[in-house]
Design a protein around this ligand. Structure first.
Ligand code: F0G
Length: 457
């Protein structure tokens, strides 16, 4: 094709109006929300980049599959379609539907972990870490050194530090029940993991006889990065690359709210029949019968179709380019972000932007709130509020202080993204006036969702 412009590979059949508010209305809404954007009414948000989870637009094919769904309690036709699509993609023998990703994590961890153990991952995401720690197990992040430095360019910043994994298994191997790798690495910036690195993790797991599980929420975005960045992979289809990624693991947890292109749902999949049996027994207790697992038949249909659409080349080319496009504009204006841009979001480096706000005064909260106040854009802090609280109740700076602008799939157009870029650049120009925050009230786990803050003078 001779043209350089990468267009949205769809046209729009149904639209939803967004609400415009005044700065004063947003100021009042923020006060009512305890200065925590999670607590805003979504209606008061103009462009909602809080998360890419469950916020995507479904295709006409998904909506029509929904009408074809079989709502039988047991043995529904929609389950068998769901199972066959996932078996074809992942190769895993046992496919267990769950209402979302964290339910799959809970079932895996509750059935496999014992107090005092250690689970290594490149980076645990918030709910994954919390579900590990809920079993009195240590959640250990072993991402490569480059993955911890926001401005440093590396094609696979999500890679696992193989030396560190090997040392862990050598010294404390008997306490490690399984190894996890998150693709793409969400809390590290939506950064991909290479096939070469996954093969390395597999070799180490084989040597120490440890099962390997993928946290596969954004597997298709990861496959696209492999196709475009890893030597020798350019000629393969994203689906073939994804199939190889899964073939290197023994199982996966999946939130279908991301690369399942669905508004709800997830699954746990694995090869070991004994592990699967224990998981299904807990599933029946907490989620539902094994052929629906907390989902409606129509959700199973939407996910099955979504998993087929998400590996289409035209979709992934547009998806990854749309994030990169926003990243290029911000980099061009010297706004500090995690580089290179990841697969589902731009991560603003609030610690670098606001050096006068120390981590324990939450620079990510300061920046997220200013962005909402100025432009009606909602992002999410991924920093000291999310990751700074230790299981013993003490607090320390998170690994980074970021504000994630997550782009919902197939929802916003290029002009929305242009507006976001313009607004972020303007807000970055106001950096001098932003002040830190203190916590007024917060729960003991996953505090970022519900904490209330107050601005410091
Ligand atoms: N693992 C990763 C890497 C995730 O990003 C998420 C969710 C989960 C597991 C849990 O899945 O929400 O379906 O229970 N991440 C969302 C986000 C919420 O905003 O990044 P879930």
């Amino acid at each position: 094709m001779p043209y350089r412009t990468i267009i949205e590979p769809f046209r729009i059949k149904s639209v939803e109006a967004v609400k415009f508010t005044t700065r004063e209305e947003r100021r009042e809404a923020l006060v009512r929300a305890g200065y925590n954007v999670f607590r805003l009414h979504a209606e008061d948000v103009l462009i909602d980049l809080l998360t890419d989870s469950g916020t995507g637009a479904m295709s006409a094919a998904q909506w029509s599959a929904i009408m074809q769904a079989d709502e039988s309690y047991a043995g529904s036709r929609s389950f068998y379609r769901f199972e066959s699509v996932i078996r074809d993609l992942t190769g895993f023998a046992h496919v267990i539907p769950t209402h979302q990703g964290r339910a799959a994590e809970h079932i895996l961890f509750r059935t496999r972990l014992r107090p005092g153990q250690v689970v290594p991952n490149n980076n645990h995401f918030d709910t994954t870490r919390a579900n590990v720690e809920a079993e009195d197990v240590e959640a250990l992040d072993l991402v490569i050194e480059e993955g911890r430095v926001p401005g440093l360019i590396h094609p696979f910043k999500g890679n696992m530090d193989l030396g560190a994994l090997e040392r862990l298994l050598e010294t404390r191997g008997e306490r490690v029940p399984l190894v996890m790798v998150t693709v793409t690495n969400n809390s590290g910036g939506g950064q991909p993991v290479s096939l070469e690195n996954l093969r390395g993790v597999r070799r180490i797991c084989d040597r120490y006889r440890k099962p390997l599980f993928l946290d596969a929420c954004r597997f298709a975005e990861n496959a696209w990065f492999i196709k475009t960045r890893e030597p020798g992979q350019a000629g393969r289809s994203p689906k073939a690359i994804a199939q190889e990624m899964f073939s290197l693991a023994d199982g996966c947890t999946m939130s279908a709210k991301k690369d399942g292109l669905s508004n709800i749902g997830g699954f746990l999949a694995m090869n070991d029949p004994g592990w699967a049996e224990a998981a299904r027994n807990l599933l029946i207790l907490t989620e539902g019968f094994p052929t629906y697992g907390g989902l409606a038949g129509y959700d199973l249909e939407a996910i099955a179709r979504g998993l087929e659409e998400v590996v289409e080349e035209e979709y992934l080319r547009y998806r990854i380019r749309s994030i990169e496009y926003l990243g290029e504009k911000l980099i061009g204006a010297d706004v500090p972000i995690i580089r290179p841009p990841g697969g589902h979001a731009i991560y603003l480096d609030a610690r670098a932007l606001l050096p006068h706000v120390p981590p324990l005064q939450y620079p990510g909260i300061a920046l997220a709130n200013e962005l909402y106040l100025e432009a009606g854009i909602r992002g999410a802090e991924i920093g000291t509020v999310m990751f700074g609280l230790r299981p013993d109740g003490s607090e320390r700076p998170g690994p980074m202080d970021l504000v994630r602008l997550a782009i919902p799939r197939r929802v916003y157009t290029q002009s929305h993204v242009d507006y976001v870029a313009e607004a972020v650049i303007a807000v970055a120009g106001l950096r001098g006036r932003m002040r830190g925050y203190r916590i007024v009230s917060a729960p003991k786990t996953l505090r970022h969702f519900t904490a209330a803050f107050a601005p410091l003078e």
